[in-house]
Design a protein around this ligand. Sequence first.
Ligand code: LLP
Length: 424
Amino acid sequence: MASATEFSTLRTEIAGVPVIELAREFGTPAYIYDAGKIVERIQDLSMFETVRFAQKACSNIAILDLMRRHGVLVDAVSAGEIERAIAAGYATEGDPPPIVYTADIFDRESLEAVLRYGLHVNCGSPDMIDQYGERAPGGNITLRINPGFGHGHSQKTNTGGEHSKHGIWHEDLHDALRRADRHGLGVTGLHLHIGSGTDIEHLAQVCGASERLAREIGRTLTTISAGGGLPTPYRPGDTHADLTAYHRLWDDTRNRLADTFGHAVHLELEPGRYLVAESGYLLAEVRAVKQMGSNTFYVVDAGFNNLARPILYGAYHPISIAPASGKMESRAEQDVVVGGPLCESGDIFTQQDGGFVCKRSLPMAQIGDYLVIECAGAYGAVMGSNYNSKPLAAEVLIENGRPHLVRRRQTPQEVMQGEMIPAR
Ligand code: LLP
């Protein structure tokens, strides 16, 4: 049984580097990633033959380079993500394919990029099969099937069932196979992803659905993908999932299929959050401490422009205070609300789904102390925006005790880049 995760509300360092040094060198707000934690999570999954990182979770090219160096392949959902994978050193061809394009549509740029680089595609709509087949007949494709059920940490991250736009509806599998046939495309892969931030019980149901669908596709299949969705600990007491049991379910499934088909069936996993969530820390500075009636607010210089998960899903992130002195001072705790600088009252890190403000017990803090929002490596920086003309935060990767700047903070000029006033 995995042990329950604990989070401290007071810290002085991240991955062995003093917080005050990180703040001094890189400024705030900044995303700090602990490479060691990413490598640990990669190693947890070593029983899976192929781990394909869903880069949408954290696509900085330094993170992709780290994944590549540790044998992790990559998924791409846009022309931009394809370019990132290539910039990080991924080859365009190989077996299994180093980069797979997985989406529900081809926008025009992504179709051109896929054709230009000769990438393998995972089709999430019947139209994708036709659009690809018309341009590149005779190749091989993967089908992403919506099995008719799904689950996620929020309704917004549930990708299965008839309210989801994702995948090819399971009852349309034969139509999809006919379309592929018409273009001479071989269906070599089957992919199911029922949602993000789900649990092992729901994920386990996918095995059965996958096996049934695989048998309908038949022996052209050489790869099945379990998709992503693995949960990670966010709250005190959360545990890591039993991955050995999860792997066994999938391994048994693919072995039965291999017996039926008379050839090996390759197994892929496509995690995003699992690999990067715990590695990421959003470092901010406390800029105001104010009392609003019965509520004490810590107002920091990071907002939902930097981390949107709380305002979007009511997501919970552990929070700690790093004293400006750099010392582990003993401080009494108080119940506080943590907010950011944006001109919108929803800019609160301690909120529940529906926008209800919550209090969190945190150490007393003063202006100049640092506030660290933890488990922010997945869907953190990548969902950042320029709202209120705030620059995208700096990103820093700590590897072997050394911090490396992997994205510098945007300048005001970069925030306005591409805008123009029409000539009159
Ligand atoms: N594969 C596909 C096809 C996906 O759509 C996703 C996530 C993944 C894999 C990776 O899922 P993961 O292992 O990370 O759960 N912004 C939301 C999550 C959106 C997930 C989108 N797709 C959040 O902050 O929770």
